[in-house]
Design a protein around this ligand. Sequence first.
Ligand code: GTR
Length: 329
Amino acid sequence: MTFRRHFISLTLASTAAFTLYAPLSASAQTVLKAADVHPPGYPNVVAIENLGKKLETATKGKYKMQMYPSSVLGGEKEMIEQVQVGAINILRTSLGPLGTVVPEVNVFNMPFVFRNEAHMRAVIDGAIGQELLDKITASPAKMVALGWMDGGSRSLYTKKPVKTPADLKGMKVRMMGNPLFVDTMNAMGGNGIAMGYGEVFSALQTGVLDGAENNPPSMFTSNHFSAGTKYYAQTNHLIIPEIFVMARPTWDKMSKDEQAMVLKFSKEAQIEQRALWDKSVADYTVKLKAAGVEFVSVDQKPFYDATAAVRAKYGAAYAELIKRIEAVK
Ligand code: GTR
């Protein structure tokens, strides 16, 4: 063995001893990178940050969370890839783009699969919700599903008013990156265009898009309302729960006790986000109206009927599960 190799192994041995026996120092601290497309202050971001603070206190500073909000680490598609390789440790994402990685979750991504938000909540809070989290964790996607978040209902916002599927004819409407959503918009009468959330604002401004769809907090905080989409047609066509996950390598490095803490704080984050969510939907609805957005109530039935083929196509493999979802009161 050369002197250099001796030196390296001695150095490694002493570093290991230091890490094991020395009191916690800044260098022994693990910084968990958390990421979200939403800005600071958004309910989902706040709930994850609070999870991080609790974990830091409970582990006496062994773990510390650093939040990367506002898509600074990319769109959800890119962030899902990063969490799969452990470059992001905790990701909050819509279930929408996750459906391309874990196809089973597409059942929750189908148009009008939930009767209303209360139905969606009853499903995610119950046995089916836990089963789906477990499916994600057990899938080859290399992530551990920690909990659900609320994404309310997604409705259409367009530059010209829409009341019926016929009004959508010729309109290019941004959908999340998952073929299911492009099929959904095409079935609803428009032209679905898959695009990352961060690109929508300029695409609306330049006329590449005639509209998009989302919940009121996202429509406001993304500024999409100020790019000409003045009409918000309450189709409520997608009620997609959101999720937060931990990278599998990060999880595997934690002790059983630490994992139990993460799960406990995750449950609390889910509850906290829901309360913040309800308040934020109410607040941003007021803000959107004040900014001149017209909330248009529409008959959902023609949109429901128009999307039957999408539910048939994506739901075929999950008929039993869909029956169980429908049976949830
Ligand atoms: C929001 C959701 C995000 C993202 C975004 C989008 O409602 O919270 O996770 O999916 O919509 O449309 O891309």
